[in-house]
Design a protein around this ligand. Structure first.
Ligand code: E4P
Length: 221
């Protein structure tokens, strides 16, 4: 599977790249805006934070296909290897087709329905990103949608991968993986919650306390 962080927080990427098997970092315009730094500063800094390896994702802002393609070309010229995120609407689908013919790797984003995601993949996207928590928040079932989308891609567009996005809880992320999706991108807090819990800290403290009580030290020797 592939694990990504969904953030433009360079320090957080540096911190988590040390301990997690990260495949890269995804961003979107809102995430970069929150970071308050120009994209051209953020993307190289994220790459450095990953240790110079891994995939980076950044999104076009244009709303018509021609300008989406032009932005995608500019992005990939300035940041080699970048995967360009394109919203899967009518103009985005046209842009995805052109970008496929130009050999520019893409991710179809803003996916709220399985059929929509399939169209993004058929248009040439390498990844499609269903928005799990946003679906849950509007009363739909994000995990059920991911399951359907994964099944559609397996049957009809096996070149493409579901890269599930928009998570608020570790449970959503695990359920997504159980539903068959093989790539996820997590906000920093959700990634950290996957391996931290008061019960874990308490268990580790108790081991140390027991050892110290018996041998007067907390060090193996
Ligand atoms: C991914 O493509 C999206 O940009 C992102 O994961 C959306 O997450 P949010 O719902 O937390 O904003």
């Amino acid at each position: 599977m592939e694990l990504y962080l969904d953030t433009a927080d360079v320090n957080a990427v540096k911190r988590l790249a040390r301990i997690l098997p990260l495949h890269g970092v995804t961003t979107n315009p809102s995430i970069v805006a929150r970071a308050g730094k120009p994209l051209w500063d953020v993307l190289p800094a994220l790459r450095d934070a990953l240790g110079g390896t891994g995939k980076l994702f950044a999104q076009v802002l244009a709303e018509d296909a021609d300008h989406m393609v032009a932005e995608a070309q500019m992005l990939t010229q300035r940041v080699p290897g970048l995967v360009v995120k394109v919203p899967v609407n009518g103009e985005g689908l046209a842009a995805l087709k052109t970008l496929k013919s130009l050999g520019i790797p893409t991710l179809g984003t803003a996916v709220y329905a399985a059929g929509q995601g399939l169209l993004g993949a058929l248009a040439g996207a390498e990844y499609v990103a269903p928005y799990v928590n946003r679906l849950d928040a509007q009363g739909s079932d994000g995990i059920a949608m991911v399951r359907q989308l994964q099944s559609l891609l397996d049957q009809h567009a096996p070149h493409a991968s579901v890269l599930a996005a928009s998570f608020r809880t570790p449970r959503q992320a695990v359920d997504c993986l159980l539903a068959g999706c093989r790539s996820i991108t997590l906000p920093v807090d959700v990634a950290e919650q996957l391996f931290t819990a008061p019960a874990v800290d308490a268990a580790i403290q108790a081991f140390g306390n027991d050892w110290q009580g018996a041998f007067g030290t907390r060090v193996l020797s």
